[in-house]
Design a protein around this ligand. Structure first.
Ligand SMILES: CC(C)(COP(=O)(O)OP(=O)(O)OC[C@H]1O[C@@H](n2cnc3c(N)ncnc32)[C@H](O)[C@@H]1OP(=O)(O)O)[C@@H](O)C(=O)NCCC(=O)NCCS
Length: 334
């Protein structure tokens, strides 16, 4: 008996980012508002992190709302009809429900129902991970047009008395529409994890412990110096690998868009990568704070608003955070 031959699909050779959208929490929260319970100062926070204010959403605005707003802008700017979008990935660590996913609801809200839709948790590397997935799925014929969103309302998971991370965090969502391209627009992603350092950053308790009354509402904590050292040493290497994977050098870049974790980490990266002055560096952290999965698309969106001439140029983007996880790739800016 002859066995039937299976068909396997393949899609277009290349993909690119068509357009971006952004939504930030509407309140600019200055350092002064947070320093009391953590015995800190505006000067300390600015010197150690570069943050002046962070964007936070009001009680009535959810991560899902921010995701929807960013997605609508990205779709409108992309010129792709929402009903043609057949894949929606939301990168997030702050969905307030274990299920349903934010992605399925966003897909419906933006007119992309019945797109394949799922949330993915790779913390601050979530957007880079989601871009890698969208690129791969389109090129293998698994989807035609993808909506990728990083969306966080981190103010729901901060403890105002925590000195380790609370003052860094903000709320926002950034979205990208990704589709087929005649020329390469998303280079190979360098990604990975190191679960042996899982305790370095993450939640300080589980929902079960919270239910049983043995822990407070889980909030984020970090070993700042451990994460700082890992970011500066190991992530600079990953950034270099992403340049190699793309077949370009730092001098070929128009922009460098690292995860907005700390201005000092951003400066150290730029030094280690020996980026020439012509490379514009994203510094959205100063007024947005660290928005985890949303930070790279938000920073990219701002960069393109402030420097429209960067459009069509190459950007190296790198995300890293809880897991520990990391992901980096060079993309053509929309
Ligand atoms: C969190 C972070 C800003 C702390 O900065 P740091 O320079 O490492 O600070 P340290 O922990 O070494 O503490 C230095 C001093 O500041 C004090 N300090 C710590 N937190 C403070 C705060 N929130 N406010 C004021 N002072 C603080 C410490 O007590 C210490 O005081 P001492 O010198 O008298 O002992 C920094 O470690 C960081 O950004 N880490 C990486 C974050 C990151 O990339 N996260 C990615 C995951 S999303």
């Amino acid at each position: 008996m002859t066995r039937p031959t299976l068909q396997q699909s393949h899609g277009p050779a290349y993909t690119r980012i068509y357009a971006l959208g952004a939504a930030r929490g509407e309140n600019a929260v200055p350092n002064e508002e947070l320093i009391g319970p953590i015995n800190s100062s505006d000067e300390w926070i600015q010197q150690r992190t570069g943050i002046i204010t962070r964007a936070r959403a009001g009680a009535e605005v959810s991560a899902l709302d921010l995701a929807t707003e960013a997605a609508k802008e990205a779709i409108e700017r992309s010129g792709v009809a929402p009903e043609l979008i057949d894949l929606v990935i939301v990168a997030t660590i702050s969905n307030v429900q274990q299920t349903p996913s934010m992605a399925a609801v966003v897909a419906d809200r933006v007119g992309a129902n019945p797109a394949a839709a799922y949330d993915s948790n790779a913390a601050c590397a979530g957007y880079a991970y989601a871009v890698a997935q969208a690129d791969a799925l389109i090129r293998t014929g698994g989807a035609h047009y993808a909506l990728v969103i990083g969306a966080e309302k981190l103010s729901d998971v901060v403890d105002p008395t925590d000195r380790s991370i609370s003052f860094l965090l903000g709320d926002g969502a950034g979205a990208a529409v990704i589709g087929p391209s005649d020329t390469p627009g998303i280079a190979r992603t360098v990604w990975g994890s190191d679960g042996s350092k899982a305790a370095a950053v993450g939640m300080n308790g589980t929902l079960v412990e919270f239910r049983d009354g043995t822990a407070e509402w889980p909030t984020l904590r970090q070993e700042g110096q451990t994460v700082f050292r890992w970011a500066v040493w190991d992530m600079a290497k990953v950034a270099k690998q992403a340049l190699d994977a793309a077949g370009v050098t730092g001098a070929d870049l128009a922009a460098f868009i690292p995860h907005q974790a700390n201005m000092r980490i951003i400066d150290e990266f730029a030094k280690q990568l020996k980026l020439p002055d012509s490379v514009v560096i994203a510094r959205d952290i100063a007024t947005t704070g660290n928005t985890s999965a949303a930070s790279i698309p938000l920073a990219t969106h701002r960069l393109l608003e402030e420097h429209p001439e960067l459009s069509g140029g190459l950007a190296l983007q790198i995300g890293f955070g809880a897991g520990l996880v990391f992901g980096a790739q060079v993309v053509v800016l929309p």
